[in-house]
Ligand binder design. Structure first.
Ligand code: HEM
Length: 431
């Protein structure tokens, strides 16, 4: 162990338990202080993971995610969530198997197909906005959780049965609010006579799976004509129900909360940056995208993606043995003061009219595992933000920025991005 430690880049010397507590309580602060002290390559000791090498510089990130991707496994790093997403999940594969699973999922998430979801997205977000009378304070994160879940189960999965939709609206938020101990400590995954977090989680998962399998069976029996939703498209090619289930649960696990959280941070940031709200209201798509990108840069929903070296890898004067765990820190890359002067300041001008070099900004990752839902996520965020800016005027409840709070794997605004509705033209128009 000491031998291995000496062969890894320097990092905090605190006991692993102390580092783990600091990391769990405030991952961004922990990461930024390591970055300042040790530079963009450092080693942290996190209980449950062991020595984790953080890579935060553009060249190291590009090599792991793209150029040398064959020397790294994503599946092994994602192992702790296998019991949720299933063994056929895209997240559980590398190499040729991963390429073939990606090919299967790509068409329904492709840009052209995603445009078909916009109409449903607009009606979903307008339905939510109708619940926001002027004078009310809204927790935008809760609202966006509802909206993105609805987009996922109605537009992406194409479910229309109202009793299934009602049940999923209750069950999915509970499922995604998974106790982090279950993920980090396999020892917690015990039944304890039907009680405890694991037994509760298993019951939830079984019920969600039951609904998904029932939907698959119905849709096989009665296919939707020209259905553009993911399930309709996959059903035409995929005969194995377990694989279909794993695809759908993977999309739920990686696509819903990330989008809801980024939307919440968008408003939390834009409402606090002088002039930003006026700049985005009525602006063209390029300015809106720049504002969305700047929100992701300054307040990422997650900080890094995991990889495990499958063979020795040499970088920056170090040779890392096979089995080394890496945190490819897109979040810390985006907060680097060398690449983004005054990195904490939210400024739409960083991304418009000139954009930063693509190697410096990777909101959706890069290389073989680049986010498959990036087009969908961008269309969804533009559509939802556009509808809100059109119909509603929001203002701050408090001027102080909201703290970054870990919630499961997400980094959310501590107060849920609170805002007060000062005008709702959708309701006024109806009156
Ligand atoms: C703002 C919202 C989102 C952000 C910031 C985001 C970010 C990311 C990132 C950084 C990765 C790379 C992970 C890695 O390299 O290991 C990823 C992967 C992935 N994302 Fe997203 N994502 C978002 C929304 C979505 C949505 C809406 C979907 C689909 C409904 C989605 C589906 C996926 C899938 C399937 C993968 C795995 C790809 C693979 O392993 O080949 N994401 N996402």
């Amino acid at each position: 162990m000491t031998e291995l430690r000496r062969s890894l880049p320097p990092g905090p010397r605190l006991p692993a338990l102390v580092q783990t507590l600091m990391w769990a309580a405030a991952p961004v602060r922990f990461g930024k202080s390591c970055l300042r002290r040790y530079g963009p390559l450092f080693t942290a000791r996190i209980l449950g993971f062991g020595d984790v090498v953080y890579v935060c510089a553009p060249d190291g990130i590009r090599r792991i995610l793209r150029d040398d991707a064959g020397s790294f496994g994503a599946a092994a790093a994602n192992e702790p969530i296998k019991f949720v997403v299933g063994r056929h999940s895209l997240l559980m594969s590398d190499g040729a198997q991963h390429t073939s699973r990606r090919k299967e999922l790509m068409p329904p998430l492709h840009g052209d197909n995603v445009a078909a979801y916009v109409e449903v997205m607009v009606s979903i977000v307008e339905q939510e906005i109708r619940q926001w009378p002027a004078g009310h304070t809204v927790r935008l994160l809760d609202c966006f959780q509802r909206v993105t879940l609805e987009v996922m189960i109605r537009a992406v999965f194409g479910i229309t049965d109202s009793s299934r939709l009602d049940r999923l609206r209750v069950l999915v938020p509970r499922l995604l609010d998974i106790n982090p101990l279950i993920i980090l400590l396999p020892a917690v995954r015990r039944q304890f006579g039907g009680f405890g977090p694991w037994a509760r989680f298993q019951r939830l998962l079984r019920e969600v799976d039951g609904i998904i399998y029932a939907e698959i069976a119905d849709r096989r029996a009665n296919p939707v004509d020209n259905g553009r939703d993911v399930l309709s498209i996959l059903l035409a090619r995929q005969q194995n129900d377990e694989e279909l289930r794993d695809h759908l649960v993977t999309l739920l696990a990686v696509g819903q909360e990330t989008t809801a959280t980024q939307l919440a941070w968008f408003f939390e940031r834009v409402l606090r940056a002088p002039g930003a709200l006026d700049q985005v209201s009525g602006a063209g798509p390029k300015v809106l995208d720049a504002a969305i990108h700047e929100a992701i840069r300054t307040r990422p929903a997650t900080l890094d993606v995991g990889r495990i070296a499958t063979q020795p890898w040499t970088y920056d004067g170090w040779t890392f043995p096979a089995g080394t765990m890496f945190a490819v820190s897109l979040g810390l890359l985006h907060l680097s003061a060398d690449l983004y002067p005054g990195p904490e300041t939210y400024s739409i001008g960083r991304f418009f009219p000139a954009e930063p070099p693509s190697a410096h900004f990777l909101p959706f990752g890069g290389g073989t595992h680049r986010c498959l839902g990036a087009s969908l996520a961008m269309v969804e965020m533009r559509t939802i933000i556009g509808a809100i800016l059109r119909h509603v005027r929001l203002d701050l409840v408090r001027t102080a920025p909201e703290a970054v709070a870990p919630k499961g794997p997400m980094l959310v605004p501590r107060r849920g991005a609170e805002a007060v509705v000062t005008e709702n033209r959708l309701l006024a128009g109806r009156a």
